[in-house]
Write a protein that binds this ligand. Sequence first.
Ligand code: HEC
Length: 103
Amino acid sequence: MAIFISLASALLFPEPVRASSALAKQNTCSGCHAPDRKVVGPSYKAIAAKYQNQPQAPVITHLSNKIRVGGGGVWGVVVMPGNSKISEADAKTLAKWILDGAP
Ligand code: HEC
């Protein structure tokens, strides 16, 4: 019973916030992105602001693909290298975390 309860709470109450900032650090996103200032790439807050009035599902698809494949032209001439080691699920988690303003 105790095992069931802790399993169920792990499934129902994951910790997306901490997990996502750890994901960002672990994948060296922080080398080029900061929460509220431009580094090599745009700040997470600027990204969240840019997409805030668009439907979330297609934005998450766009951003998670871009995180994995890389690309440029949206923010300037500097291109983001692809991060193909990141799983699709982790890329989606990161995209959602960034859209939430990277808390
Ligand atoms: C080598 C530097 C670099 C690294 C490392 C990097 N980025 Fe970027 N990122 C950029 C640049 C430059 C842009 C702007 C690209 C453009 O103008 O389209 C960008 C853009 C983005 C965008 C916005 C894309 C858009 O189309 O609006 C997101 C989201 C993003 N990065 C997330 C991440 C995440 C998550 C990681 C880590 C897995 C990461 N980046 C790692 C440089 C980097």
